[in-house]
Design a protein around this ligand. Structure first.
Ligand SMILES: NC(=O)c1ccc[n+]([C@@H]2O[C@H](COP(=O)([O-])OP(=O)(O)OC[C@H]3O[C@@H](n4cnc5c(N)ncnc54)[C@H](OP(=O)(O)O)[C@@H]3O)[C@@H](O)[C@H]2O)c1
Length: 256
C-alpha cells in the first residue's frame, strides 16, 4: 500500500486518479483549492474504499504553496511514495488578448510548483529506494500551439523535465512518467472557453480512461505515455512534420 499525493483532485483527470489509486488500496493525500469539494471527496473515498484520505486546500499558484504542503506532510509524519503532478488549467486565445496574470499563474502551477514538489519529495523516495512520479503533460507538449502558446510551452517543459529526470534516476528505484492526454471530457475546456473548438468536438476521451492508462504505465515505470490511439497519431505527426504544418493543424483545431 502506497501513500499517494495527487494535485488537482476536485475534478476531471485528477479526480479519476484519486478514485483509481484509492480503489487499488492506496492511502491518498488530495491537493486542490476548493475545500468543500475536498472534504466531500475525502468522505466519499474513505467510505467507498476503506483507505486513509487526507487533504490540503491550497492554491498552487501561490509562491509558498509547496512549503505549506511539505509542512503539512511533516506534521502528519507521512512519507509520500507516489506523487501525481496533475493540477492545471488553460488560458487560450490570441496572445495579445489573453490574461497575463492567468498565464503567469499557469507557469507557476505547471512549471514552478511541479518542479518544487518533485524536488521536495525526491530525496525521501531515493533514500527509501522506492518512488513513482507522474507528471501530466499534454499532446501540446509536442507542438507549439498558436492561440494556446503559453499553455503548450508549459507542457513542453513538463515533457522535457520528466524525460531528463527519468534518465538521471535510473537505478535509484524511483521512476518518472510523463502522461500526455489529448482532449479529455473534464471542466478544463469549459473553464478556458475552448469547448466549442474542433479539438473538443471529436476524439474526446473520458477522464477515467486517461487515468487508467496513466496508472498502469506508471506501475510499469514507463518514461512517456500518450493516452489513446488518435492522440498517438497526432504526436507522431508532430514528430514527423515540419513545425509550419503542425502549427497550422494546431491552429485549425484550437481556434475559437
Ligand atoms: N482535459 C483536457 O483536455 C486535457 C488535455 C491535456 C492535458 N490536460 C491536463 O490534465 C490536467 C488535469 O486537467 P483536467 O482536464 O482534469 O481539468 P479540470 O477538470 O479543470 O481539473 C483541474 C484540477 O486542477 C485543480 N487546480 C487548478 N488550478 C489549481 C491551483 N492553482 N491550485 C491547486 N489546484 C488547482 C482544480 O481544482 P480547484 O479548482 O479545486 O483548485 C481541479 O481539481 C491538467 O494539468 C491539464 O493541463 C487536460
Amino acid at each position: 500500500m502506497d501513500t499517494v499525493l495527487i494535485t488537482g483532485t476536485t475534478s476531471g483527470i485528477g479526480k479519476a486518479f484519486a478514485g483509481k489509486f484509492a480503489s487499488m488500496g492506496n492511502n491518498i493525500i488530495l491537493v486542490s483549492r476548493n475545500r468543500d469539494k475536498l472534504q466531500e471527496q475525502q468522505i466519499d473515498l474513505q467510505s467507498r474504499y476503506q483507505v486513509s484520505v487526507e487533504y490540503i486546500s491550497c492554491d498552487l499558484a501561490e509562491g509558498d504553496a509547496v512549503d505549506m504542503i511539505m509542512e503539512k506532510i511533516r506534521s502528519w509524519s507521512l512519507s509520500v511514495d507516489v506523487l501525481v503532478n496533475n493540477a492545471g488549467f488553460n488560458e487560450a486565445g490570441c496572445f495579445i488578448n489573453t490574461n497575463l496574470s492567468k498565464e503567469l499563474d499557469m507557469i507557476q502551477v505547471h512549471i514552478k510548483a511541479l518542479t518544487a514538489l518533485t524536488k521536495s519529495f525526491l530525496p525521501g523516495m531515493i533514500k527509501r529506494g522506492y518512488g513513482r512520479i507522474l507528471n501530466i503533460g499534454s499532446t501540446g507538449s509536442y507542438m507549439p500551439c498558436p492561440y494556446d502558446a503559453v499553455y503548450a510551452a508549459t507542457k513542453a517543459y513538463v515533457l522535457s523535465f520528466s524525460n531528463g529526470l527519468y534518465q538521471e534516476l535510473k537505478g535509484t528505484g524511483v521512476t518518472v512518467t510523463c502522461l500526455c492526454p489529448g482532449a479529455t471530457k473534464t471542466l478544463f475546456a469549459e473553464k478556458a472557453n475552448i469547448n466549442n473548438t474542433l479539438l473538443f468536438k471529436f476524439f474526446v476521451m473520458q477522464p477515467e480512461a486517461v487515468a487508467a492508462i496513466g496508472y498502469s504505465n506508471l506501475q510499469k515505470g514507463k518514461r512517456v505515455v500518450t493516452a489513446g490511439l488518435y492522440n498517438k497519431l497526432l504526436v507522431l505527426s508532430a514528430k514527423l512534420l515540419p513545425v509550419s504544418i503542425i502549427n497550422s493543424i494546431a491552429q485549425w483545431m484550437i481556434k475559437i
